[in-house]
Design a protein around this ligand. Structure first.
Ligand code: EPZ
Length: 422
């Protein structure tokens, strides 16, 4: 199994090009099931989660052609004829975002059988809201043998659905389903994450009628059919935030090409409070570490535009070297502190109290062998390794490959001493 070895200490300096967003690309790929025409996606990141989604779409009868070029990967997807409406356990358990095929399949084929995803490292992750929303649109849902069986033989009907709590993929599933429903659908308390907006823009490009994009109320006027389109996937704000924190931690200076502060408003504000300099130009953000030590800044994860939970572990790595202390509160996932014991093995001083963690800044982290537990936890260990004295050896790096494209290459280009070992 691959490992990553990092020798810490070098301040990062140079340019990093931000890839297309994983969490935008996955629902965009699933949207190909809504039409028999080709969907062209530009700026698709080359990640194992993208490969898993392509595998699932192929299993359903779609054709996926992924052309990888240096700067801009292009993917053409075409689900001319659906050969199956079943998303099997073996594929869904590998990647929970597979549940994103549920809405499009019911809307286009009138039925879907999708394996229940089960729990995962960061929380129980129920999908009850996806199912309640589809029921509101007229689907009949039954759970049997570990599968969701959804049926709408006469087609879906527009309705108003209020999310009791904000769900990103729940909003995306219902948004896709509602595009082909009869009449108007209103999704209230919808997720406002930029990836939801990106999907809505692409669907409109395919002929859907969605308004309220970027707000918490999405209004969808159903249409009879959707066409193909060409769509550019937005930049990965989580990758941008991660490398901004890497630059800050190592007291470096890194230009993030393709990054936009509007996609990480709260993260940007908190970085500045911590003493990090951010300078936005046309299509890049220059991040400079503080002239003095980083300051401890409290943080709470929240749905967009709040601080993204997918940057919580990285923030914790950053806060572990500050002057003073920081309280980090996780409000989205109930078990997203698995990086804490690993960071502590590297010398961080962190105590967990329920859903909050108190991080007391230390002068120095020390390299150690550590274990990656999920995607964002893994990258927080990379950040810690970049600034620790000596060698850090990160095990189970397959988690990283799910969401970070060419991570060693990007960091090495900025002077990091990092390599993959087998
Ligand atoms: C998306 O997951 C992201 N995944 C996650 O990124 C991210 O952490 C999360 O949103 C929150 O921002 C993708 O976009 C593919 P939710 P999702 O439904 O949609 C509860 C990463 O590292 N809930 O917004 O699955 C749920 O338990 C990943 O890239 C229900 O109770 O998350 C959680 O507490 C990890 N019932 C909260 O809502 C439901 O039916 C938010 O979850 C659905 C969700």
């Amino acid at each position: 199994m691959d490992k990553i070895r990092i020798r810490g200490g070098a301040p990062l300096s140079g340019n990093i090009t931000i890839s297309g967003a994983k969490n935008a690309a996955l629902p965009l790929m699933a949207a190909c099931l809504l039409t028999d025409k080709p969907l062209h996606l530009v700026n698709v990141p080359d990640l194992s989660d993208v490969t898993s989604m392509a595998e699932l779409l192929t299993q359903l009868g779609g054709e996926v052609d992924f052309k990888k070029a240096a700067e801009s990967h292009r993917m053409t997807l075409c689900a001319k004829d659906l050969s199956s409406t079943t998303a099997p356990y073996d594929l869904v358990r590998k990647m929970r975002a597979s549940v994103l095929v549920l809405g499009p399949l019911v809307a286009r084929a009138g039925e879907a059988n999708v394996s229940l995803p089960g729990g995962c490292a960061i929380g129980t992750r129920p999908i009850d809201l996806h199912l309640k929303g589809l029921e509101a649109l007229g689907a009949e849902i039954a759970l049997d043998g570990g599968y969701i069986h959804a049926k709408a033989p006469q087609g879906l009907k527009g309705a108003t659905f209020t999310f009791p709590i904000i769900s990103v993929t729940g909003t995306e599933n219902l948004l896709m389903a509602a595009t082909l429903a009869k009449g108007e659908t209103r999704l209230i308390n919808a997720a406002r994450e930029p990836e939801v907006g990106d999907l809505a823009h692409c669907l409109n490009g395919m002929g859907a009628k969605i308004s309220g994009i970027g707000t918490d109320t999405l209004i969808i006027e159903g249409v009879n059919r959707l066409e193909g389109t060409t769509h550019h996937v937005i930049a990965d704000r989580i990758e941008a935030g991660t490398y901004a924190m890497a630059a800050a931690l190592t007291n470096g200076s890194v230009r993030l090409k393709g990054a936009h502060l509007a996609l990480i408003p709260t993260v940007a504000a908190l970085l500045q409070q911590a003493g990090v300099e951010l300078e936005e130009n046309d299509d890049s953000v220059l991040v400079k570490g503080p002239s003095d030590r980083l300051q401890g800044v409290d943080m709470m994860t929240e749905p967009f535009p709040g601080f993204a939970t997918d940057l919580q572990a990285q923030w914790m790595a950053l806060m572990s070297l500050t002057e003073g202390a920081a309280m980090i509160t996780e409000t989205i996932w109930e078990n997203r502190f698995m990086h804490v014991p690993e960071l502590c093995r590297m010398g961080a001083n962190i105590t967990v109290h329920g859903s909050s963690a108190l991080v007391r800044g230390v002068q120095q982290l020390k390299g150690a062998p550590v274990m990656a537990t999920d995607l964002r936890a893994s990258v927080s260990l990379v950040l810690a390794g970049l600034v620790a004295t000596g060698d850090t050896l990160i095990n189970r790096v397959y988690h990283l490959d799910r969401g970070y494209e060419r991570v060693e290459e990007k960091l090495r280009a900025c002077g990091a001493d990092i390599e993959r070992v087998r």
